[in-house]
Write a protein that binds this ligand. Structure first.
Ligand code: ADP
Ligand code: ADP
Length: 229
């Protein structure tokens, strides 16, 4: 069974002149270990779709299945990374990454080992004892990725423009860290961006979301999956 199966999903918000469609009859199947990029201009419904998968929003019509089961709410079976990395300011880098593991009752020593391993992959193995305020924006974004990736139970990673706030030069390095991480430990990723270059670089598959009237919140496939070896 696929990781995600969305069927006939509609979602709309109440606006001034009535209902604003955000998603319209959306259908999508995401297989295991796919790095899927969803690209489209602001306001086309990308975040709405991701919030449904995160379990933060219930679609008004249709259904999204996660591993064959309806999504009931948020959970540690999904790792999330937002544009603004919400790190704990009073915890060190490694403690930020360990936090989710501790919630899952992973023994302390194993949580530390796991956190160190993922931080090494994203190039932060040497700053594990610093606090977020001591890091650059790019480094904080890497901590957020590491924290999501460290959750062993999270076979699905949901990223909503995680590097959008970073300048173009440093963003390229971050993309490389993300590719390295994915190559080391292939999991399913849904990655949202409005940057087509980023989507082309990262994605196995790219879906374009169209905002134009009558075609709101639908996916158009840009390319077919490409082999990765
Ligand atoms: P994207 O992530 O592609 O920028 P969104 O999913 O955030 O798009 O938004 C899709 C549409 O829904 C937009 O027209 C946006 O203005 C509208 N929208 C999003 N969130 C809300 C909300 N909480 N209330 C009303 N309208 C919203
Ligand atoms: P970025 O946002 O990509 O991390 P910056 O220009 O802010 O880039 O930082 C330049 C380099 O300096 C970074 O690649 C990072 O490795 C290093 N750096 C920044 N802050 C620290 C820090 N507190 N400790 C160690 N290295 C740091």
């Amino acid at each position: 069974i696929p990781v995600i199966e969305a069927r006939g999903v509609d979602h709309y918000y109440e606006g001034q002149g009535g209902w604003n469609h955000a998603l319209s009859n959306l259908n999508l199947t995401i297989p295991h270990e796919e790095f899927l990029c969803i690209v489209g201009p602001s306001g086309c419904g990308k975040s709405t779709f991701l919030k449904i998968v995160m379990g933060l929003l219930k679609p008004m019509r249709g259904q999204v299945l996660l591993e064959g089961k309806p999504i009931e709410g948020p959970g540690t079976d999904r790792g999330v990374v937002f544009q603004e990395p919400a790190l704990f300011a009073w915890r060190t880098v490694i403690e930020n990454v360990e936090f989710g593991l501790q919630m899952q009752k992973v023994p302390k020593a194993e949580a530390r080992r796991r956190a160190q391993e993922v931080l090494d992959v994203v190039g932060l193995g040497h700053v594990t004892d610093l606090y977020p305020y001591q890091l650059s924006g790019g480094m904080r974004a890497r901590v957020a990725v590491a924290r999501a990736w460290a959750l062993r139970s999270a076979n699905l990673l949901l990223m909503d423009e995680p590097f959008a706030a970073i300048d173009a030069i440093n963003r390229m390095a971050l993309q490389d860290y993300l590719v390295d991480t994915w190559m080391k430990d292939r999991r399913t990723v849904i990655y949202i961006t409005h940057d087509i270059d980023e989507a082309v670089y990262l994605g196995d598959r790219i879906l374009l979301m169209r905002p134009s009237p009558g075609r709101i919140g639908r996916f158009f496939e840009v390319n077919a999956p490409r082999p990765r070896d």
